[in-house]
Unconditional design. Structure first.
Length: 91
């Protein structure tokens, strides 16, 4: 996981999670890292520098390499099912 902002997302990495909340994206990336899946949190540099939290410039993505994509999705789906069973939701 990288905390260093870059001008562009790394080529070839795939998005496994989208949000408009930077701390949430880092929690998801930390969860993947805990499971041994290397991930990277990315937000357009203009959006982060201007404090934009909506639209394409406010979007924060968690990315993984293609070889880890299926595993990452499986981990996040299990976590979402556990949240649903326990009555947690985003609202």
């Amino acid at each position: 996981m990288s905390l260093v902002p870059r001008a562009r997302a790394p080529q070839g990495w795939m998005v496994v999670y989208n949000t408009y909340n930077l701390p949430e994206a880092h929690i998801v990336a930390g969860r993947l890292d805990y499971e041994g899946v290397k991930s990277w949190v990315y937000q357009e540099s203009l959006g982060s520098s201007m404090g934009i939290h909506i639209g394409p410039l406010g979007e924060v993505m968690v990315l993984v390499v293609p070889d880890d994509y299926d595993r990452a999705i499986a981990i996040l789906e299990v976590d979402a099912e556990v949240e649903d069973e326990n009555g947690f939701d985003d609202e």
